[in-house]
Design a protein around this ligand. Structure first.
Ligand code: COA
Length: 149
């Protein structure tokens, strides 16, 4: 298992993983859009033969924070530490780029993800009604990019 920067050649594999992992529709251009906005904020996890099994898309926000905008691990790989490693790598990249705070939104019904972030130091700050295009509310969570701070 390797965590590395996303490359443009990963676009199709990343998009396939996105559609199969998240219960929302995304346009096919979305991974390349994030890549163009902030190349070093895009991470993938690849298995031993190079298949993409995890993806984290970060974004730099106008409020001086970064966000985890898209985050998924292929179902057979969940619960094996891939997501944790992606988040650690993302925190390191955020710090390298001078950011201290990470902001993200989680569907109110996604208890596994809410718990995942809570255990990694993220705190809920507000509920955002109608956040998702296909309906549904989000919980915004804030966490430090600096581990053990
Ligand atoms: C949230 C997600 C990215 C986490 O990735 P992951 O590789 O499963 O993460 P990890 O294995 O590092 O940790 C998962 C935690 O759930 C536990 N877990 C156990 N079995 C699990 C399973 N089958 N699936 C998910 N988590 C499981 C792990 O023990 C771990 O617990 P911990 O917090 O006590 O360490 C991943 O579960 C996922 O893609 N979910 C669907 C998409 C999603 O909800 N994305 C987030 C949107 S904000």
């Amino acid at each position: 298992m390797e965590i590395r920067a996303m490359r443009e050649a990963d676009r199709d594999a990343v998009y396939t993983l996105l559609l199969s992992s998240l219960d929302e529709y995304f346009v096919p251009e979305i991974p390349v859009y994030f890549l163009a906005q902030w190349p070093c904020g895009q991470l993938v996890a690849a298995d031993s033969v190079g298949n993409i099994v995890g993806y984290l898309a970060g974004a730099r926000l106008s409020n001086g924070r970064v966000s985890v905008s898209l985050f998924c691990v292929a179902a057979p790989w969940r619960g094996r530490g891939v997501g944790s490693r992606l988040l650690i790598a993302f925190r390191q990249r955020a710090v390298m780029d001078g950011y201290r705070t990470i902001q993200l939104e989680v569907r109110t019904t996604n208890f596994a993800a809410l718990e995942f972030y809570r255990r990694r130091g993220f705190l809920p700050t507000e509920k955002i009604v109608g956040f998702y295009n296909n309906g549904g509310d989000a919980i915004r969570m804030i966490g430090s990019a600096v581990l053990n701070s």
